[in-house]
Design a protein around this ligand. Structure first.
Ligand SMILES: C[S@@+](CC[C@H](N)C(=O)[O-])C[C@H]1O[C@@H](n2cnc3c(N)ncnc32)[C@H](O)[C@@H]1O
Length: 270
């Protein structure tokens, strides 16, 4: 279990099932990335979101007139917003972005909110970029948004859980989210980390207390590629015949290094 490279699709689904009931409460308030995507598309464009989850990004893009296809491999994640996505005219596809073949072309292909970091192995990263490339229309753009490297990413000492937020759920429950990140080091688990940035175990803990004072806990632990820098991404893009045309460091289009995101806009090399 402690070797993230043994992580299976079933393990992933189990973790996402624990997160799914709280996803909207957790990430619903996040709209700055959605605003960035809205600035980067025009109504009428065809958009493919890979790893679309609940449709948090896909739906607003459909609402401004884009033709959106939302792909995700997780039943639990799609179930959160599937009905609403269909009502918003988003085409929902349950499939794997590492090898997806829709036989359609798009003006914009998107990996939003650190989705790319779920790809643990280099061949999965390359497979997903080839998927993006394959679905780009002539002149189309790929946008990848992920968490910029932080010094904590490579700190091998055990990380403690920290409180992220306390919020009221629609059910009336008071929910707290705590999280921790722990590097999966060679020293700790004999991990044969493959080429590229390291993998960390992320823990999300949601505690919901109802009006009667009873508490229920949802715990999810999943691996994520961390410390993925622009140089590594540039190498992956070059290997898949994609060329960066712009880089940003935040959802407000700041320079790289000025924010806590890394965002690349790329196009196909013809
Ligand atoms: C961090 S969530 C982001 C969800 C959504 N894009 C958002 O911004 O709210 C990452 C999503 O990627 C999906 N995912 C991970 N690996 C995948 C794969 N190989 N194929 C399709 N979806 C995948 C997960 O199921 C999850 O819904």
């Amino acid at each position: 279990m402690d070797d993230p490279l043994n992580w299976s699709a079933d393990d992933q689904e189990r973790a996402l099932r624990a997160i799914a009931p709280w996803y909207d409460l957790d990430f619903g308030p996040l709209t700055d990335d959605v605003a960035m995507f809205e600035e980067l598309v025009s109504p009428g464009q065809r958009v493919l979101e890979l790893g679309a989850g609940s449709g948090r990004i896909a739906m607003p893009l459909a609402e401004i007139g884009c033709h959106v296809t939302a792909v995700d491999s997780s039943e639990a994640m799609l179930a959160i917003g599937e009905q609403q996505m269909r009502e918003t005219a988003v085409e929902v596809v349950r499939d794997d972005m590492r090898c997806l073949q829709l036989g359609a072309e798009f003006d914009l292909v998107v990996f939003g909110l650190s989705t790319f970091q779920h790809l643990l192995r280099r061949e999965e990263q390359l497979g997903s970029l080839r998927t993006a490339r394959r679905h780009l229309a002539s002149g189309g753009r790929l946008i990848i948004d992920w968490t910029a490297p932080r010094s904590d990413d490579v700190d091998p000492s055990p990380q403690i859980m920290h409180l992220e937020w306390v919020r009221h759920a629609e059910s009336g429950e008071l929910v707290t989210k705590s999280a921790a990140q722990e590097l999966a080091t060679e020293r700790r688990c004999g991990l044969p980390v493959d080429r590229g940035s390291p993998i960390a175990w992320i823990t999300y803990q949601y505690d919901a207390i109802n009006e009667g004072g009873e508490m229920r806990r949802s715990l999810a632990r999943f691996p994520l590629r961390v410390n993925l820098n622009a140089g590594e991404m540039a190498g992956l893009l070059a290997e898949t015949d994609l060329r960066p045309v712009d880089w940003f460091g935040s959802w407000d289009f700041e320079e790289v290094g000025e924010g806590d995101r890394l965002i690349v806009i790329a196009e196909a090399v013809s």
